[in-house]
Design a protein around this ligand. Structure first.
Ligand code: NDP
Ligand code: MG
Length: 385
């Protein structure tokens, strides 16, 4: 029995992870559930999964009253609130692996607390691996803890590498759907709206990552995420647009062989594998039928229209605090775009400006990462309001 702490349980990944846990009551136990503010969804999950601990990270009078009501309804569950509650659960909860599906850099402190208390991570929260990837990977290595990818591309790479241990990949090829604006040029992108950006062709996801997919910053973040998870330099990481999202990514080896992982676009598959590896369990995911699948197509990404890919690669190459700055600026700008305060192409322009204006220095600990993150977000907001 694996005891799971599901952080970000009420989100897109979180609810799909809850589904996987509920399918395998003999193998998985939700020991801790943690959300931001969606107390109603959390209550449904507590009724279904019966965790020993539940956390609501938001701190307001409203959530306080709602949590008090829940505590009366579920006397077997211990309730915690606020950032402090979140970190107490991460550090002291009785669990084996944290599935971190918090969105944004808010996932960093809980991930760090998990590692510091000797727990491994199943990692959906890519922003943490971008903003503080070197620190997080080094801490896990030092303690002999695993960080297993949940992101579908990285799960595909992780699966393709198994059985090929000791063979350094020549190249990793990350596939990208191209998002809702594939084929748009720079001019057309200037006027797109949040509603259009939120209509992703293949995946239903949280709002921030859906905007990232539309700018292709998602793929940029994934390049850095792959570099951290698999210890590879920027020149070994390539992106190809594959609109069908059937091949989830590929690894090319020295002999020219390419290993690919295929499946229906359904996040429950990589979520389950991050918890079941090396075993494979039932997931409820639709089967591929190759007789009706039709063509799988590939094209080079348009870095002219989608410069976020190039910006992410540059941030990775420059290293130090640059990926942290890239992530922070993007997080602030994606949110401002969703709020209707800036246009779509202001995101890429704002990220480029933040990188240009950064006076490089090395980051030695998580607190320094979070300080830089907060400073960049403040500057970005200040410069556009
Ligand atoms: P959502 O926005 O759908 O969910 C985010 C979750 O995090 C919610 O449960 C939310 O709680 C919680 N949360 C937000 N802020 C905090 C906080 N400060 N403390 C604790 N919990 C918080 O995002 P997604 O599920 O789409 O994405 C989660 C992560 O997984 C992201 O890093 C994303 O890049 C990555 N990912 C997502 C994929 C997808 O298909 N969705 C695919 C690959 C990676 P509440 O709702 O209660 O406020
Ligand atoms: Mg992905």
């Amino acid at each position: 029995m694996k005891r799971v702490a599901l952080f970000g349980s009420t989100g897109s990944i979180g609810t799909q992870a809850a589904d996987i846990i509920a399918r395998h009551p003999d193998r998985l136990k939700a020991a801790v559930l943690a959300c931001g503010s969606d107390v109603e969804s959390l209550a449904r999950q507590i009724a279904l999964l019966g965790p020993e601990m539940a956390v609501v990270a938001a701190e307001s009078r409203e959530t306080g009253a709602a949590v008090a009501e829940l505590a009366g309804r579920f006397p077997k569950t211990r309730f915690l609130t606020g950032q402090e509650g979140l970190l107490t659960a991460a550090a002291q909860g009785d669990y084996d692996v944290m599935l971190n599906a918090v969105s944004g850099v808010s996932g960093l402190r809980p991930a760090w607390a998990a590692l510091k208390s000797g727990r491994s991570l199943a990692m959906a929260n890519k922003e943490t691996l971008v903003a503080a990837g070197e620190l997080v990977m080094a801490e896990a290595a030092r303690r002999g803890l695993e960080i297993t990818p949940v992101d579908s591309e990285h799960s595909a790479i992780f699966q393709a590498l198994r059985g090929n241990e000791g063979n350094r990949p020549r190249k990793i090829i990350l596939t990208a759907s191209g998002g809702p604006f594939r084929g748009y040029n720079k001019e057309m992108l200037r006027t797109v709206t949040p509603e259009q950006a939120l209509a992703h062709p293949n995946w239903s996801m949280g709002r921030k990552i859906t905007v990232d997919s539309a700018t292709m910053m998602n793929k940029g973040l994934e390049i850095i995420e792959a570099a951290r998870l698999f210890g590879l330099e920027a020149d070994r990481l390539e992106t190809v647009v594959h609109p069908q999202s059937v091949i989830h990514s590929m690894v090319e080896f020295e002999d020219g062989a390419v290993m690919a992982q295929l499946g229906a676009p359904d996040m429950r598959a990589p979520i389950a594998y991050a918890l079941s590896c090396p075993e494979r369990w039932e997931t409820g995911v639709a089967r591929l039928d190759f007789r009706t699948l039709g063509a799988l197509t590939f094209e080079a990404p348009d870095e002219e229209a989608f410069p976020c890919l190039r910006l992410a690669r540059e941030a990775l190459t420059m290293g130090g605090g640059y990926p942290t700055v890239l992530n922070a600026a993007n997080e602030a700008l994606a949110l401002m775009f969703l709020e209707g305060r800036i246009g779509f192409t202001d995101i890429q322009e704002g990220v480029a400006r933040a990188l240009d204006g950064f006076k490089p220095f090395a980051l030695h600990d998580v607190e320094e990462v979070l300080e830089l993150d907060a400073r960049v977000k403040k500057e970005v907001k200040g410069s556009l309001s």
